[in-house]
Ligand binder design. Sequence first.
Ligand SMILES: NC(=O)c1ccc[n+]([C@@H]2O[C@H](COP(=O)([O-])OP(=O)(O)OC[C@H]3O[C@@H](n4cnc5c(N)ncnc54)[C@H](OP(=O)(O)O)[C@@H]3O)[C@@H](O)[C@H]2O)c1
Length: 332
Amino acid sequence: MTTYTAIHLKQRPEDGKIGEYLFEVKEKDIPEPGDNQILIKQTYMSLDPAMFGWMTDDRESYIAPVELGDVMRSSGVGTVVTSHHPDFAEGDRVMGMMGWQEYAISDGKGMNKVQEGIDEETALCVFGLPGLTATQGLLNIGEPKSGETLIVTGAAGSVGSIVGQIAKAEGLRVIGVVGSDEKASWITDELGFDGAINYNTDDLEARLEALTPDRIDVFFENTGGPIQRHIVNRMNEHARVVVCGMIADYQAEEPTPGPNWLPLIKKRIKIQGFAMPDHLDESPALIKQLTPYVQQGQIKYRSHIIEGLTSAMEGLNLLFEGENKGKLMVKL
Ligand SMILES: NC(=O)c1ccc[n+]([C@@H]2O[C@H](COP(=O)([O-])OP(=O)(O)OC[C@H]3O[C@@H](n4cnc5c(N)ncnc54)[C@H](OP(=O)(O)O)[C@@H]3O)[C@@H](O)[C@H]2O)c1
């Protein structure tokens, strides 16, 4: 094969909708890497909620938008097929930013080698963005302590499921908020969470009260939405709120009204947002923090795989519809 497929961003989303109309699919000649460059054949490509924001013209965010005409941004795993770089050999498996394309040229910056013995799916589900985000947010910001109670929204998702499992391993009581009974069963029966709240069907306040007899010490926020204010009202003194994601608001014209801030003063609560692009240089240290939990069999995951590069254009919607069961990725 001498050509490959790449998907470029053609226009910004209208009315919060994602679909083929946003993209141009191009066939290109496979390039030859220059000096100190590698050519990577991508095998699995990650689909992430943040991609919606990257497609919009938001210049106030932690990362610049994808410019119109550019290849859509994404991380992935792949194999080095040609190397003119001293640090990489043909056959090395690497993980990093590759974009919506079957082949990528890289100068090696930000490309991490996949550890021996780790398959590509595990690399993306655990040692990629989800695991690093969970580790940074929970362990380095959330200050979890054994015996405390943690609540995580988006609890069956790729980040939330790892947050909850690390917290369980650290001896916390863990409650997860999810959008379906199937996900509620998965986090309690398979992952060992102490309780689940289905935000679509449960009486939020009553269920929250029943499941958190000692109230809440750590709130790991992945979604936003109406349950947020109930959680903030149920927090303990010196509780911590880790603001990782607000997927309920990404496509909304009007954001959901936030909680009242009075409990923050009364309970001296700390809130901190974070964005992983600030921490990518710290990946080796984060992987070192995460690895013991994985080695001790304390982290289970599930991946939701869709097939073929072009499936990404509609497939991204699965995240916003809650239809993904586990880490969403494209198999190329
Ligand atoms: N700060 C950072 O650096 C960073 C890094 C990675 C991810 N994130 C954020 O972390 C969050 C989770 O990301 P992920 O990759 O792990 O995705 P994910 O949780 O695997 O998938 C997204 C999930 O969000 C839930 N959701 C969708 N719309 C919702 C709504 N209106 N209200 C409540 N829940 C809704 C759905 O689960 P249900 O079926 O349970 O509703 C869906 O399955 C996202 O907000 C993402 O942007 C932040």
